[in-house]
Design a protein around this ligand. Sequence first.
Ligand code: GLN
Length: 488
Amino acid sequence: MLHRLTISELTARIARREVSAREATQACLDQIQRVDGRVKAFLSHDAGDALKQADAIDRLTASGTTLNEKPLLGVPIALKDVIAHQGQPLNCASKILGKFVSPYDATVVNRLKDAGAVVFGRLNMDEFAMGSSTENSAFGPTLNPWDTTRIPGGSSGGCAASVAAHECFASIGSDTGGSIRQPAALCGVVGVKPTYGRVSRYGLTAFASSLDQIGPFTKDVTDAALVTRAISGHDLRDSTSMREPVPDYRAAFNTNLKGLKIGLPKEYMIGGLDPEVDAAVRAAVKQIEGLGAEVVEVSLPHTDYAAATYYIIAPAEASANLARFDGIRYGARVDGADPFELNSRTRGQGFGPEVKRRIMLGTYVLSSGYYDAYYLRAQKVRTLIRNDFLKAFETVDAIVTPTTPSAAFKVGEKSDDPLQMYLCDVFTISCNLAGICGISLPCGFTASPRLPIGLQILGKPFGEPTMFRVAHAYEQSTAWHREFSPLA
Ligand code: GLN
């Protein structure tokens, strides 16, 4: 039952030499063997390399390395297929990368390894992180471990499902408009989108560079704080990463929330919100009040424009970022009579329909004549959205909302309706546009079928300490995090 432990439970045992990193890694590999045929979270995993890393950690432990030096000592952590891991495939769940293998490690991979983690596996996702259900993967969908007829959310569906099925102790994903928090909510795990600039994006395949941020999926808030700390900090290789110091987020943990003011935005608790989600979030707010926080209503008046703004800015940036997949520089190539034909055949066959839709949308909003009307205007609205948050944060320390409008839906239910799919992210998108931090954690279940519901806590720019404190106090006062999915 080793695979069921949290990171803090596992590392305590490894540090006491009761368990080895090899045993922990083998427990994950065995669990993958048992359940991944049903979950399909992993696109691939290199068991030999993982065990080799584990043996190296075990040698370090034998020579006296402590948890203080390596806080993730022997912890198997898996990666979304958008993060470079040297010598491993990197496909972004797309056909266009062909047999591409990463020539280098992303900064987050280096940091995880420095912290003692065993980094392994490629987790499924929506192609190039575009989607909310993992159905846009060129390699087929991942399924929700709570109900395998349902989607796990997206785009980091493999990350969320693998943690919910206890196939790894944590996973690392990316969040451009909700891709960590939304699948975390739908799979009943914890997911963090750090403040923009908190975690280096070096080695993350870019989707929308001004919105993308890397973050962890874990089984509880303590583990999320641990992993976030390990991967955060300035990096010379990412000029948008910030020099802000990285605290031990656990230092702010406290069982009561006295002295904190929490905002409940009136624009979020609206019609269209599933009644069971509404009830679970309201109960969570009561619980947070019971812990000593003062809860007040706040207004984020430009909330209604967030999705429209995002679906101009994100595709615009994507259309530029994805221009590099031209059949010449990376991965797959479909030959043609001349470079133009080669390029259009490669892209025509290599990209799936959602990626093509985004590239066309993005190219359109950036084209001369439309730039001012769409892209420039969206940038102005983005500033208004950010200002809404900065104003609210003048009076409150954190903001609480639902993570998603409803629980996990059926495979195929929304895949023919892009607009319905886009609306899965109405509550998560603003956080990326504003550059602030957010976490999703379990706050209940729907009655029948029994599916997880997520609570989102948003913090100020670099307000991770308070965000984690509120999340931890709430989590510890409930039993939701102790519920295991049927496939765990
Ligand atoms: N679902 C959103 C989209 O399709 C967000 C994706 C993400 O955060 N990567 O763009």
